[in-house]
Design a protein around this ligand. Structure first.
Ligand code: PGA
Length: 221
């Protein structure tokens, strides 16, 4: 299975998310097309057929954790996938690999697939914190902080090396290894056949450019 994930991050308002969802609802592709929305907009995806993702989850079960959104609540809203450990979460919110591992456990207990974001920096600490069973049931996204929000991906040869390294860390047993960082319609072709999926932010904000990325990665046949 191939995956293309639109990470809308902390962008857009209700009417903009609604219009994005209707524009992207019918993108034809053999990939699973997932949109990761901010918490307040998750409920808007109900009447659309896109797969729904969240951008974060609580490391705790339901209970007295003010401000936390737990996995049961996400599942209640139709969330099937959830990004965790995105480099922006690790950088700006100081998330640790242990917290990310706890989030993954919580998500799996609610039947949500974790999409665990990793970069070179925390590879060994992240995998040391994950159980074998968790790895098997998760997707991984390789990202480089300095390549996020730009126009050029990390050199393809480096991505190839990193995917091979991640396959070692996962014993080739995860649900798939994705790449994220400056993916856009102009460079998507170079990633076909190299990665199991894409994590796209900047180029996903405009529905037309997101559709081009999806179709460039995995045309409907
Ligand atoms: P970008 O971001 O597509 O804007 O480079 C990717 C990401 O942060 O997941």
């Amino acid at each position: 299975m191939k995956y293309v994930i639109a990470n809308l991050k902390s962008h857009k308002t209700t009417s903009e998310v609604n219009s994005w969802l209707s524009d992207c609802n019918n993108i034809a592709s053999d990939s699973k097309v997932i949109v990761a929305l901010a918490f307040p907009y998750l409920h808007l995806a109900k009447s659309f057929k896109l797969e729904l993702g969240a951008q974060d989850a609580s490391p705790f079960p339901p209970g007295s954790y003010t401000g936390a959104v737990n996995s049961t609540q996400l599942s209640d809203l139709g969330v099937k996938y959830c990004l965790i450990g995105h480099s922006e979460r690790r950088q700006y919110f100081h998330e640790t690999s242990i917290e990310v591992a706890d989030k993954a456990e919580e998500l799996l207990s609610a039947d949500i697939t974790p999409i665990i974001c990793v970069s070179e920096k925390e590879l060994s600490s992240q995998f040391a914190a994950l159980q074998e069973e968790t790895i098997k049931k998760s997707l991984f996204a390789y990202e480089v902080l300095t390549d996020i929000g730009g126009t050029e991906t990390t050199p393809i040869s480096h991505i190839v090396d990193m995917i091979a390294l991640l396959k070692k860390y996962t014993n080739g047993n995860s649900l798939g290894i994705l790449y994220g960082g400056s993916v856009n319609p102009a460079n998507v072709n170079s990633l076909v056949g190299i990665v199991d999926g894409l994590l796209v932010a900047t180029a996903s904000l405009d529905p037309q450019s997101f559709a081009q990325v999806v179709q460039g990665f995995s045309p409907h046949v």
